[in-house]
Ligand binder design. Structure first.
Ligand code: G1P
Length: 296
């Protein structure tokens, strides 16, 4: 019987170069998606899945992240005095969400290295990793089925999604085996960001992982790979090949996901989420309609 999952690790040390100059003095994780920073959606997703112990792997210039998940007494008392309970709640919500912890990555040596920095905090427990650039629509559950598969098999589970064949060089790509469990498959092989002509499939690794702690020993000896960085994909590949701690399973996610690290997808995420909102949706929809006719 595997231990209960309570810990989430969120790597947030990236430089956000794709969004310069917006990210020159502000962490990319703080870019708003409608009116909430992108990172808050990810922490909320962890908490929805009972992962209330959250460790963020940060770096220099990331203080805004810690501030966002903390109280701001002067702002709270100002809103309190005004009797603005609605806004007060939005301000205190992020501070009350989870039990937040932070550790710095030190040097940008890759996702595998960032995850290894969580070892002291996580110890000998299974844990989830959520990548901040991947925003999963609240209506579509990705971690739930992964946590269930982890409980059933007592082994590591990663999320997969189908991507267009010409985009394989943006993702870790998996070779999988059907085990008669529908969208839960067995991972046979993994390769980080192959060129389309070398890709074994179009099943990409999406930034959600439920990991057995055995991954740490593997990461300790994982040599830098693609981009001269220590890749989590390479460590998972070894786990799968050598069947370490039960090997690796995959959950094929078919819901909505946005890459907020990509400009076009970031804009799409904002439009999609705003369309669902009662206060913005109807007016935005009308405007989009007029705008699309105007441009024809
Ligand atoms: C990382 C992983 C990659 C995965 C991707 C998902 O890449 O290395 O395997 O497919 O996240 O978003 P990054 O996007 O950080 O370069």
């Amino acid at each position: 019987m595997s231990k209960r999952l309570t810990k989430a690790v969120i790597p947030a040390a990236g430089l956000g170069t794709r969004f310069l100059p917006a990210t020159k003095a502000m962490p990319k994780e703080m870019l708003p998606v409608v009116d909430k920073p992108a990172i808050q959606y990810v922490v909320e997703e962890a908490v929805r899945n009972d992962l209330t112990d959250v460790l963020m792997i940060t770096g220099r210039n990331k203080n805004a992240l810690e501030n966002h998940f903390d109280n701001v007494p002067e702002l709270e008392s100002a809103l309190e005095e005004k009797g603005d309970q609605t806004r007060l709640l939005t301000v205190t919500k992020s501070a009350d969400l989870a039990d937040m912890h932070y550790v710095r990555q030190g040097a940008p040596r890759g996702l595998g290295h960032a995850v290894l920095r969580s070892r002291m905090h996580v110890g000998d427990n299974p844990f989830a990793v959520l990548l901040g650039d991947d925003l999963v629509d609240e209506r579509d559950d990705v971690l739930g089925p992964m946590i269930a598969a982890h409980a059933k098999h007592g082994a590591t589970v990663i999320a997969l999604m189908e991507v267009p064949s010409d985009l394989t060089d943006h993702y870790g790509i998996a070779t999988v085996e059907d085990i008669g469990e529908g969208d839960i498959v067995r991972i046979v092989d993994l390769v980080e960001k192959p060129n389309p002509e070398d890709a074994p499939s179009n099943l990409a690794v999406l930034g959600r992982y439920v990991l057995e702690p055995a991954i740490y020993d593997i990461l300790e000896t994982t040599e830098p790979g693609k981009g001269n960085e220590i890749q989590l994909t390479d460590a998972l590949r070894r786990m799968a090949h050598e069947n370490i701690a039960g090997g690796v399973y995959g959950f094929i996610f078919r819901g909505r996901r946005y890459d907020t690290g990509d400009k076009l997808d970031y804009i799409k995420a904002i439009v999609r989420l705003a369309l669902q909102r009662e206060d913005l949706g109807p007016m935005l929809e009308q405007w989009l309609d007029v705008e699309s006719h105007r441009r024809k």
